[in-house]
Design a binder for this molecule. Structure first.
Ligand code: OGA
Ligand code: MN
Length: 297
């Protein structure tokens, strides 16, 4: 049976039916999903009771996976999941809910600021696939913003102004903006800023988008306060309600999104409730801009 796609929003997001992600897929199904995500940017697959192995297999159809080792603040041996998973849960290795003041929890609250996954890496992510194994029934939505529509809605002067701008992205900036600044020197060393273009053209759809994230701390060649004020304005523009879809999680939803043309954020939820979300991330193909100037430091 061919897959079906039902729009969930006026601009983007499709709910995909007629597919079972617990089983291996035929090449034509993979091609149909690739075509659907190039159009809709976010795909929702309902009731997919995947194991970690099945999630890995499905994710690998779309390219090589990123590993989470060496990014963020998690230490070897502390991880609950296979290294190709980003553990987006609020659980420790023993599946116990993290305490309110737990350092990893506070660090992960960075996901509540609008971002694009791995924009702080020299080669940023293409797709993310997030599986809701245990979801909360109040709050905890994931919101997505269509950065293609946000780009299209800019006036021509602003489009021209941002066409060639380059930004610096770092986990240090997104964490500092929430007041999380007790990073060690060793952690900071893994979070050195990388450069990304501010206007991206999608390799498949050809559409332009604004490449924003809370990880941005600078625009190359601009005074810092002016850069941050402008990035804040662009973010406010791009996250107006008409560009946003809020995903209300049901158990075993799997949501796949294209980080090259969307931003997302988690919404608040009761920190005492279990929320077990597991993300796999398909690596991007190439840097968005040359990195030499920074890599040499
Ligand atoms: C992510 C992420 C948001 C959420 O998995 O990359 O930002 O709602 N998740 O957990
Ligand atoms: Mn994310």
């Amino acid at each position: 049976m061919p897959i079906s796609v039902r729009p969930l929003h006026d601009l983007f997001v499709g709910e995909v039916g007629g597919i079972d992600l617990t089983r291996p897929l035929a090449p034509e199904d993979v091609a149909a999903i690739e075509a659907a995500i190039a159009e809709h940017a976010v795909l929702v697959f309902r009731d997919q009771r995947v194991t970690d192995e099945q999630q890995l297999r499905f994710s690998r159809y779309f390219g090589e996976l990123e590993e989470t080792r060496g990014t963020g603040i998690s230490k070897p041996g502390e991880q609950r999941l296979h290294p190709a998973f980003a553990d987006v849960s609020n659980l420790d290795k023993d599946n116990t809910v993290l305490a309110r003041d737990n350092r990893r929890r506070l660090y992960s609250l960075g996901n509540m600021s609008w971002h694009s996954d791995s924009s702080f890496k020299p080669i940023p992510a293409a797709y993310s696939l997030l599986s809701g194994r245990v979801v909360v029934d109040r709050g905890g939505e994931t919101e997505f913003a269509d950065m293609r529509a946000a780009h299209d809605a800019l006036d021509d002067e602003t489009k021209a102004e941002i066409a060639d701008l380059i930004c610096e992205h770092s986990l240090i900036f997104s964490r500092e903006s929430l007041g999380f600044d007790d990073l060690t020197e060793a952690e900071r060393a893994t979070m050195r800023p990388v450069r990304q273009v501010l206007t991206r053209t999608h390799p498949i759809s050809g559409r332009k988008s604004i490449y924003l994230a809370s990880h941005i701390g600078e625009i190359i060649g601009w005074p810092v306060p002016e850069a941050r004020a402008f990035i804040r304005d662009l973010t406010e523009h791009a996250t107006q309600r008409q560009f946003v879809y809020a995903h209300k999680w049901r158990p075993f939803d799997l949501v796949m999104w294209d980080n090259r043309c969307t931003m997302h954020r988690a919404r608040r939820y009761d920190a005492t409730k279990v929320r077990d979300m597991r993300r796999t991330t398909v690596a991007g193909a190439a840097p968005t801009v040359a990195q030499e100037a920074i890599a040499a430091e």
